[in-house]
Design a binder for this molecule. Structure first.
Ligand code: SF4
Ligand code: SF4
Length: 410
């Protein structure tokens, strides 16, 4: 495994234009945050002279990467900030941070008693207790755990048939598909099968993004190493339905955690990109239902902006006859994974997301779509509109039997 690239970060490329500051969603709402220029390249110059200049307020960076997208000099601003947190911060993760970061552990604990956990978490008493004793804001609502997960469904209903398909993919389904939204994994399997691809599950662990956000660096590195080793054992494409998992495994593993993923990085992809490229190459056909109709607003998550892959989702959705699609203005929803769950961040989180929530209300779609589950939770809680992963829309819009026949005849 390679060493962290912290020592070769490119802060010296900064030309001090302050464009990053104009694009940072935290700066206008939180006076405590120094902003990307000061927290990133400017701060780095000082920290290298003397670690005394490290500022614990760097914790307010949401790692949305909007500053990096805007920077004309290609400075890896957010990577510099999070590498500095990793190197200099003396703050230790609290119990709250560990609970929020332990997505797979918490899911496994909650699942056997999911109805009870869901009912208790929805009560005012539990919310006030978590606010007072843990620091999880009482206004936040929690996604519901499912009693039956995706992997169990796959083993019982789908695994046997997968070997019959002429092509294969490995599916990294992530924690939320396993514990909260198994319907996303089921839709993935049905669409991939209709396209002539069998689905293989792999020995995955949580991508570790919540551990990175909460300063659990060693645990995040452990998960990263495990996943890269698992991916190395297959030569199949590693396909996901979640934009942040994809981005984390492709870019955060080497850039923040110092875990070398070069042998597998190019095989880690998002399902919309995978399908679009196969259609574009003439390798698969999509047959849509003639009577499907929907009025949908597409929110592009921050990490989709960073990947530059929203065009694939957009083109696929636009290809659906009967689709009335609005592309929402590019903007952060404010949740940033676990960031918006924290009491100290809640008001900033909601202020950041407000323009997006207002635009959704003005568009008044039947539902919203986006590839990120925490964006989904934030938008559903803050607007009341339902949010669906694009693979659910594709699974519903496709005539799966006709698509299967079309691809079998290829
Ligand atoms: S990653 Fe996002 S929150 Fe952090 S400095 Fe950049 S724009 Fe601001
Ligand atoms: S946008 Fe880039 S070049 Fe401009 S101040 Fe920010 S880091 Fe420096």
């Amino acid at each position: 495994m390679q060493e962290s690239n912290y020592s070769v970060n490119n802060f010296e490329q900064c030309i001090k234009c302050t464009i990053c500051t104009a694009y940072c969603p935290v700066v206008p709402v939180n006076p405590l945050y120094p902003g990307p220029k000061q927290a990133g390249p400017d701060g780095e110059r000082l920290r290298l002279k003397n670690p005394f200049f490290y500022d614990e307020n760097l914790k307010y960076c949401m790692n949305c990467k909007r500053c990096e997208n805007a920077c004309p000099s290609g400075v890896k601003i957010a990577d510099i900030i999070h590498s500095a947190r990793k190197k200099y911060s003396s703050a230790r993760p609290s119990l709250r941070d560990r609970i929020l970061a332990g997505t797979d552990f918490m899911g496994a604990v909650a699942r056997p008693v999911a109805p009870v956990v869901n009912a208790v978490m929805a009560t005012d008493l539990a919310k006030v207790a978590m606010d007072s004793f843990l620091g999880v804001d009482k206004h936040r609502s929690f996604p519901k755990y499912q009693f039956k997960g995706f992997e169990g469904w796959f083993r019982r209903n789908a695994r046997k048939a997968q070997a019959e398909y002429p092509n294969q993919v490995a599916f990294f389904h992530g924690c939320s598909t396993e514990f909260q939204h198994p319907e996303v994994g089921k839709a993935f399997v049905s669409v991939m099968n209709a396209l002539g691809y069998g689905v293989q599950l792999i020995d995955e662990q949580c991508c570790g993004v919540a551990m990175i956000s909460n300063g659990l660096w060693k645990a995040a590195e452990k998960h990263a190493r495990h996943n890269i080793e698992t991916f190395s054992k297959t030569d199949l494409p590693i396909v996901t339905t979640a934009s942040t998992c994809t981005f984390t495994m492709r870019d955060e593993y080497p850039d923040i955690l110092g875990v070398d993923n070069s042998a597998v990085r190019d095989r880690i992809t998002l399902v919309e990109k995978f399908i679009y490229e196969k259609v574009d190459d003439g390798k698969v056909k999509l047959v849509f239902k003639p009577d499907f109709k929907a009025r949908v607003a597409y929110h592009i998550p921050c990490h989709m902006e960073k990947l530059g892959w929203s065009i694939f989702t957009r083109r696929l959705l636009e290809a659906i006859p009967g689709m009335n699609l609005t592309i929402l203005d590019s903007g952060c929803c404010g949740i940033a994974g676990t960031y918006g769950f924290k009491k100290e961040n809640y008001k900033y989180s909601q202020a950041i997301g407000k323009p997006l929530f207002e635009q959704i209300a003005s568009v008044h779609p039947e539902y919203v779509t986006c590839e990120c589950d925490t964006c989904k939770w934030q938008i559903e809680m803050s607007t009341g509109y339902k949010v669906l992963n694009p693979i659910l829309i594709l699974a519903e819009a496709l005539d799966l039997e006709a698509t299967s026949r079309a691809n079998a005849a290829q």
